[in-house]
Write a protein that binds this ligand. Structure first.
Ligand code: GSH
Length: 214
């Protein structure tokens, strides 16, 4: 295939290797065996949507494909699945139709978002000393405690005939990122750590380690 056509056919993922939402998308790409080029966002303080693949929310990940641009991890994962010829059995958030599973997915995504706000607000104001910051930390600890208490039942309640679930990928990316960014020590969360150790045996995890892009 000529270079130009090949570049057009291969999606471009816009993100960072240190970002947990980006890692969710990268794990899905690896699981779907989809090659992509990786465009690193160098400055997360930029206010130019052009630096975020055109995302007006100034957030990553974003994926450019021949069909258009996809904003956000869930959209990207769904499009990767649609493009995949493997079509693995994936459990998506809308299939979590009972409170335990639905709440677990909600808290995982909220904890990821809270972590982003904590990290970004600390970057902007290194003291991190304000009432909202303290409330967010309390909320984060509460959410992680809930996830720790319910981890076993949540994982047992997921549909057994699955190759992958958005819930497990996001949970793995959240827990490992809290450690990677030293936001919250994970040692006391034994169930969550146990889940991560088990999930980390997948090839897609070894292929997508967190690291700070140069
Ligand atoms: N709703 C988005 C959230 C993405 C998000 O918050 N990404 C973080 C990086 S992990 C980000 O872009 N942070 C930049 C900022 O907060 O300014 C998604 O699901 O992908």
């Amino acid at each position: 295939m000529p270079d130009a056509l090949e570049a057009f056919a291969q999606p471009t993922l816009v993100g960072r290797s240190s970002s947990h939402f980006t890692r969710v998308a990268r794990i899905f790409a690896a699981e779907m065996h989809i090659d992509y080029s990786f465009q690193i966002v160098r400055d997360l303080m930029s206010s130019d949507p052009g630096d975020y693949g055109g995302n007006p929310a100034l957030r990553i990940p974003v994926m450019r494909t021949s069909r258009g641009v996809w904003f956000g991890a869930l959209n990207v994962c769904r499009e990767l699945w649609r493009q995949s010829s493997l079509k693995p059995r994936v459990v998506w958030p809308e299939q979590l139709d009972e409170p335990l599973l639905a709440n677990a997915q909600e808290l995982i995504l909220q904890a990821m978002a809270t972590e982003v706000t904590l990290i970004m607000s600390t970057l902007a104001d290194a003291s991190g000393a304000n009432a909202h910051h303290a409330k967010m930390r309390t909320g984060l600890v509460n959410m992680m405690s809930w996830l720790e208490e319910n981890a076993k039942s949540v994982l047992a309640a997921l549909p057994p005939h699955r190759d992958l679930s958005f819930l497990e990928v996001t949970l793995f990316c959240l827990v490992t990122h809290l450690e990677f960014r030293s936001v919250l020590p994970m040692a006391p969360y034994s169930e969550l750590k146990h889940f991560c150790q088990h999930f980390a045996t997948r090839a897609s995890i070894g292929e997508t380690p967190y690291r700070f892009d140069p």
